[in-house]
Design a protein around this ligand. Structure first.
Ligand code: GLU
Length: 385
């Protein structure tokens, strides 16, 4: 998996038409004072303006609202309760937005604030609305500055980290590249702070179980994302056909530094991206439930077939017709996702049975398939033979 510099490291950055740049809280907010790192942010602004001048479209996903707001509310250091984070985000976001407006306006660039919730990406209709807004802003030449709407996010219904949000935004906006700027310079075989033998990986063509295991718990102190959320983001980006880069951002002009060859990890998409609809299904952060299938069904799915009721052995969780569900192998591993054609209570009545029996069992005639092949996407390299 580790190939040395087969792709010039900065090329996706210079060649992409549309780039999502995510900046972590640890970069934006000074740990000791709780204030915005304005001098650094000016250099990031310069970098992004330069990319725009050479014709690239930029979407900025910015963390930092909670880290910036907490000082103004006199909140003590350490973990915050949900309502404290919500309050801190409300205070910090307005300051963050103000700083971006001032900094970009000095270069003649109009910024647009977009606050998203998890539901804006998980519910298809809202996803399509958010996508249309983003496209509209870009078409008008504005630079969208995005954050999670932490003020209304609740513990169960939130991203909590901007890594996955950035990847979801990239997918939403059909971006070709995601740059995650944080306080780590990339992926190592183990946590380098704990393991002196950890080696750096500069290129990842596919997120395998081994890669996921490497993520460990390399969590930074200020933001909420660790390596695990970055790997999850990489999976979403790769399924959308976008490159994703994890790079250290604390230096001045962090984007130029990467273009100049600074060390970073590139996740490189292979082949053609799946359709937009399938990308959306694959990128679902919280499937509503799961269907456990038998080995025969799993093999059939791998060759591109639909999932039939006969191959389902169990339903887990509560879901309705139209909800996204995980498809689990007999060993419990998730290998696919799709849109269920039946609710969990109907699944229980028709699983293991022949398609022609559905009408009699349910009293109505629904779809022949439990998940139609058009609504089904294989995950993590399980794709067809
Ligand atoms: N949305 C959070 C904030 O603005 C940050 C999430 C993260 O650290 O990734 O403070």
């Amino acid at each position: 998996m580790q190939t040395r510099r087969t792709v010039a490291p900065a090329s996706p950055l210079t060649q992409s038409r549309r780039i999502v740049v995510k900046v972590g809280s640890a970069l934006l907010v000074d740990d000791a004072t709780g204030r915005l790192n304005r001098a650094w942010l000016e250099t990031l602004t310069e970098d992004l303006v330069r990319l725009r001048k050479r014709g690239q479209e930029i979407i900025l996903v910015s963390s930092g609202a909670i880290a910036l707001g907490r000082r103004h509310l006199g909140l003590a250091p350490g973990a915050l309760r949900l309502e404290e984070s919500q309050a801190a985000a409300a205070v910090g976001q307005i300051r963050l937005a103000h700083a971006y407006k001032e900094l970009f306006e000095a270069h003649g660039v109009t910024v647009a604030q977009v606050l998203l919730t998890l539901e804006d990406s998980e519910r298809r209709r809202r996803y399509l609305n958010a996508r249309a807004t983003l496209r509209g802003l870009l078409a008008l030449g504005a630079l969208p500055v995005i954050n999670e709407n932490d003020t209304v996010a609740t513990a169960e219904i939130r991203y909590g980290d901007n890594d996955r949000l950035a990847a979801r935004v990239a997918q939403m906006a059909s971006a070709d590249c995601v740059l995650l700027l944080s306080d780590v310079d990339g992926l190592y075989t183990a946590d380098p702070r704990k393991n002196a033998g950890a080696t750096f990986i500069d290129r990842v063509p596919r997120v395998t179980a081994a890669i996921e295991a490497m993520a460990g718990a390399a969590v930074s102190d200020v933001g909420s994302g660790g390596m695990a959320t970055k790997i999850a983001a990489a999976k979403i980006a790769l399924s959308a056909g976008a490159h994703l880069c994890i790079a250290a951002g604390a230096h001045k002009n962090p984007v130029r530094r990467i273009e100049d060859g600074a060390r970073c990890t590139w996740f490189v998409p292979q082949g053609n991206p799946v359709t937009a609809r399938k990308q959306w299904i694959a990128g679902t952060l919280k499937p509503s439930g799961a269907l456990v299938v038998d080995e025969g069904a799993r093999r059939a799915l791998r060759t591109g077939k639909s999932l039939l009721p006969a191959g389902v052995v169990r339903a887990q969780g509560r879901f309705d017709r139209g909800d996204t569900v995980s498809v689990l192998a007999p060993d419990g591993r998730e290998f696919a996702r799709g849109i269920a054609a039946y609710s969990d209570s109907d699944v229980v009545r028709i699983m293991g049975r022949k398609t022609r029996e559905i009408a009699e069992l349910l009293g109505f005639r629904g779809r022949d398939e439990m998940i139609h092949r058009d609504d089904l996407v294989m995950l993590g390299g399980e794709a067809g033979e």
